[in-house]
Design a binder for this molecule. Structure first.
Ligand code: NDP
Ligand code: ZN
Length: 352
């Protein structure tokens, strides 16, 4: 079968591989529609996770089941499914003990395009299908399903990690597709004032659509100064980081109030150190909490997110700005994601 792969750091291309084999709990799925992720860009072009050779890319998609293992109960060939970007090993002690995202070792719940071949392939393997796949309900579009794979769940995780309380003032740094879904997550959890940080007009329009109250353009001057002006020097209750380089942590620590939370869902592709400014962090005594994480995955999570779409709490389709047709277009979609032209939020590729 054919797949579009990371050949090495900075290098991508089409490769041939054997069709994956199904284990007793697993499924083989063929893609219906897929999307590239900014994480693919960090992994391939910045070498964020180190050297990887000939690994098929892609971890966001909706597909059709083509084969299931003998012990799979709830899925059968022909079923339309949402593929969560994160597909943990649920049958492990690590999953019971701590976070399924890190069941055996750090980040190993992120399998596609990280530790095994991803969804930019004619066929791909899904471990523990009953625990990791979710049926796509007829009321939910393919497009929304693809955005749920990673963008919605990750943005919402930013809001979960931030532990948003009713009436909080929240800054979302970065209003790409992940930050935009963080805005929706924050709103659903009852935030009061929501301030988004970005610059591209297409993203600013989308941020307003999704419920931001104010926008700060990081190109108009230091973000910390702009936020302090807007909040009369008080700072904010919660900060979610969904964009920027490691130095963005300095801004986040500066603008969050004592007792506040900095929730990081950004994936840093460069630099060995993420800096924490000592005085702004109260020399270690300000109760400014820093948390960061990989989005949760699996079936229950995805079924909950599907309900939010089905019952009109979130409209993820607004994220899609570019629609491409044909499997071979995954290559173009990755380049769109790399170059981030002005009007791009998220591309989708229909494998027809
Ligand atoms: P985008 O690149 O589409 O958006 C990034 C946003 O950050 C844009 O709004 C951009 O502004 C803004 N930005 C860039 N530089 C700065 C800066 N210096 N100061 C303030 N804002 C800045 O990214 P995505 O939304 O696709 O993804 C966001 C992050 O989430 C990525 O790092 C991605 O890898 C990560 N991710 C993490 C996951 C997880 O499980 N934790 C899962 C999926 C993704 P502008 O308007 O100018 O473009
Ligand atoms: Zn991703």
């Amino acid at each position: 079968m054919k797949g579009f792969a990371m050949l090495g750091i900075g290098e991508v291309g089409w490769i041939e591989k054997d069709r994956p084999k199904v284990g007793i709990y697993d499924a083989i799925v063929k893609p219906i529609a897929v999307a590239p992720c900014t994480s693919d860009i960090h992994t391939v072009f910045e070498g964020a996770l180190g050297e990887k050779k000939n690994i098929i890319l892609g971890h966001e998609g909706v597909g059709e089941v083509v084969e299931v293992g003998s012990d799979v109960k709830d899925f059968k060939p022909g079923d339309r499914v949402v593929i969560p970007a994160i597909t943990p090993d649920w049958r492990t002690m690590g999953s019971q003990r701590c976070l399924p995202q890190h069941a055996n070792e750090m980040l190993d719940g992120w399998k596609f395009s990280n530790i095994k071949d991803g969804v930019f392939a004619e066929f791909f393997h899904v471990n523990d299908a009953d625990m990791n796949l979710a049926h796509l309900p007829k009321e939910v579009s393919i497009e929304a399903g693809v955005m749920l794979s990673d963008m919605v769940t990750t943005g919402f995780h930013g809001a979960e990690l931030a532990d948003i309380r009713l009436g909080d003032t929240v800054v979302v740094i970065g209003i790409g597709p992940v930050g935009l879904m963080a805005i929706v997550g924050v709103k659903l959890r009852g935030a009061g004032r929501i301030i988004g940080i970005g610059s591209r007009p297409a993203l600013i329009d989308a941020a307003k659509f999704y419920g931001v109250n104010e926008i700060v353009n990081y190109k108009d001057g230091p973000v910390d100064e702009q936020i302090m002006d807007l909040t009369k020097n008080k700072g904010v209750d919660r900060v979610i980081i969904a964009g920027g380089s490691p130095d963005i942590m300095k801004t986040a620590i500066k603008i969050v109030k004592p007792g506040g939370v900095v929730s990081n869902i950004n994936y840093y592709g460069e630099g060995d150190i993420i800096p924490i400014p000592r005085l702004d962090w109260g020399s270690g005594m300000a109760h400014k909490k820093i948390v960061g994480g990989l989005t949760p995955g699996g079936r229950d999570r995805m079924e909950r997110l599907l309900k939010l779409v089905q019952y009109n709490r979130v409209d993820p389709e607004r994220l899609i700005t570019h629609k491409l047709h044909g499997f071979e277009k995954v290559e173009d979609s990755l380049m769109l994601m790399k170059n981030k032209q002005k009007d791009l939020i998220k591309p989708i590729v229909y494998v027809d």
